[in-house]
Design a protein. Sequence first.
Length: 276
Amino acid sequence: MSTERGQDLWNGRAPQWQHVATPLRPDAEDVRLTEDLVAGVCAAERAPRAALLGVTPELAQMRWPAGTLLVSLDYSIGMIRGVWPARSVTTPAVAVCGDWRAMPLRDRSLDVMVGDGSYNALDCLADYTAMSQEIRRVLRLDGRLVLRFFVRPAEAESSGAVFEDLNAARIGSFHVFKWRLAMALHGDFGTGVRLGDVWDAWNASVPDPVALAHYLDWPLAVVTAIDAYKGADTCYTFPTYDEIRSLLAPFLDEVSCHTPNYEIGDRCPTFVFKPR
């Protein structure tokens, strides 16, 4: 997100969004949880003002409290044009191209902010700090951030173990495999994982993606979508639980943490934070 190359990646990803599924996108369980958490935050006596970090269709189209005014903020104009579900959002909403580290929103103007993997698209501590400061600035004092994180295990698994499970058909979907591989290749928080390195590891270990897709009965279009990572210098960060709490603690207080039941759900928790 912090470079033009990162924006190019997201612009190019928009046409492939149809091939992305859980856990990379929210499951119905995640959506229901977010709906319940948002409903519990918003006061009945006023029309809630909400922001969506990104254009995640499942969150844009969820049940918002009556009268909610929603702004979706995404860094990629390609994602807004290609993914934002303008015709199916049931609450008054607008999608705006903007930077989460410098949000075009007034101080204390929001009741709630939601997002899905938003921090994971940032690639350095400075970006985490800037975004957290902005969230604290734009939320009301009684407002809440409801956000799903992608979390790497405190004890890392090896990429070899991931490929062993892949070849033994012990992974439920290509999306689960891709996230496990990215987390296995992740360095420390300051290093993150370069997407081009994820593709290199895949390419070195899977010489025949077509045969693998046939063997596992996975859609070939889903499997080959990883080719978007080829040569990409964009980095993702997958903090551990402890790192999330440490990184956000100067700006946001944790209210709750919820873990879904699907495969690697323990790596996809939804946190609720309030401004510090």
